[in-house]
Write a protein that binds this ligand. Structure first.
Ligand SMILES: Nc1ncnc2c1ncn2[C@@H]1O[C@H](COP(=O)(O)OP(=O)(O)OP(=O)(O)O)[C@@H](O)[C@H]1O
Ligand SMILES: [Mg+2]
Length: 398
């Protein structure tokens, strides 16, 4: 649970002000008791005191009056205090209830805690100081609860805003299609990267806050997914920027076994639930010639192809990953049984921002794969399969 200092910091950061309204409702069927209670509470200027002589009357007041705390007698004809708090809890879940009773009534005590979620249970005869203290603590709790609720709702609104601006970034990215010079793309990428970094920071903070509170699992999942998505774009842009900067990709060549490249790619892909729902067939020929290659980057290229295959298909489809000798080098391939690549997209398939209809991505995956493969002196191509589906092949010299 978050502590008071942390709450205070968030309150200041998000400008969440006082969430109390000062409404205090006293409920007792004994008019004298109400008079006495009210007598010393009225002196305290911070409360707007209301009174009711029965549970029914109390509910009617609660329906139209702002309240923080309800103090109710338990034994009343008609509705008991515990019953009242139970009903009130459904009507106004953010109001705290205090129950007063004249007897050592264990059943009422249990019901007050479990059913009515009462904040405090006080025995009669009570001392004014005890009631004052209980009311003060109850209103602190109410204030904290409301502040947290307000923060959670502010954070989720922020999530919406971030999603909207992410859509905008994506739209602008797609408008860059006509940009031919990679240098220009690189400069733009660094601007976008900057904005996205800020967005990631806010999203991380929001995600953390949501994990601390009782936010719905759906909201939290949306956040986590959105965050992962933005982070993936960020890493693509980073590679692109490096490329623009150096005029080529930085390739750290070392002896690499093609089987390891495939294994790395499958391991990374497994983090995606959708990938795990596909049937996977891996076919690595024995005794492949070793490559002089950047193992990490090559597996990233393969991951991009696998991700596309997953995105193009439904669950229980088959994704085939293979490595075999070809032209004295190695051919890595990813094949799926989906609908194949849209015709309009083909002429610019390996260009930046070539994303198809309904793609959740930026259209950078194949472009990056091409850059990586070409930096190794290899090539990438799309092969149509007779029975439908797409097959991407990476040729690499050994
Ligand atoms: N296996 C495939 N089957 C059908 N269409 C595909 C396949 N692979 C790629 N495509 C099409 O090519 C487009 C470009 O793919 P690319 O990987 O470059 O970008 P993307 O997947 O849209 O976004 P991201 O940058 O996130 O990878 C895709 O949007 C999709 O329309
Ligand atoms: Mg892709």
């Amino acid at each position: 649970m978050i502590n008071e200092r942390e709450i205070a910091t968030l309150v200041a950061r998000f400008g969440v002000g006082n969430q109390l309204n000062g409404g205090l409702l006293l409920v007792d069927d004994e008019p004298n008791n109400l008079v006495v209670l009210r007598g010393f509470l009225d002196d305290e200027e911070r409360w707007q005191v209301h009174t009711a002589a029965s549970g029914e009357e109390a509910l009617a007041i609660a329906e139209k009056t702002p309240l923080d705390v309800v103090v109710t007698d338990h034994r009343m004809p008609g509705m008991t205090g515990v019953d009242l708090l139970e009903k009130l809890r459904r009507l106004r879940p953010d109001v705290a209830g205090i129950v007063l009773t004249g007897y050592a009534d264990m059943d009422a005590l249990e019901a007050a805690i479990n059913r009515a979620a009462a904040f405090r249970f006080l025995r009669k005869p009570w001392e004014p100081a005890d009631i004052l203290e209980a009311i003060q603590q109850a209103s602190n709790l109410v204030s904290q609860r409301r502040i947290i609720e307000r923060l959670v709702s502010l954070l989720s609104e922020r999530g919406e805003m971030l999603r909207a601006s992410f859509e905008e970034v994506k739209r602008q990215q797609q408008a860059l299609l006509h940009l031919e010079r990679i240098g220009t793309v690189g400069k733009l990428a660094s601007g976008v990267t900057h904005d996205l970094r800020n967005m990631v920071t806010s999203l991380r903070e929001a995600e953390y806050q949501l994990s601390q509170h009782a936010a719905s699992p759906e909201l939290r999942e949306t956040f986590t997914l959105g965050l992962a998505h933005v982070e993936k774009i960020l890493s693509t842009l980073k590679t692109l920027q490096d490329f623009a900067h150096a005029g080529k990709l930085e390739i750290a060549r070392a002896p690499a076994d093609p089987a390891d490249v495939v294994r790395d790619a499958v391991t990374i892909s497994r983090m995606d639930l959708h990938f795990r729902l596909r049937r996977l067939v891996v076919d690595v020929a024995p005794d492949l010639p070793p490559l002089q290659a950047d193992r990490l980057k090559l597996s990233q290229a393969l991951v991009n192809l696998i991700q596309n295959a997953v995105q193009a298909t439904g669950k229980d489809s088959t994704v085939r990953i293979a490595a075999r000798p070809a032209d004295g080098g190695v051919e890595l391939s990813v094949e799926d049984d989906g609908p194949g690549v849209e015709t309009e997209l083909r002429p610019r398939l390996f260009q930046p921002f070539a994303s198809g209809k309904g793609s959740p991505g930026l259209g950078m995956g194949l472009y990056m794969a091409r850059l990586i493969v070409e930096s190794h002196g290899g090539s990438i191509r799309l092969v149509d399969l007779p029975g439908g589906g797409a097959r991407f092949e990476l040729r690499l010299p050994s």
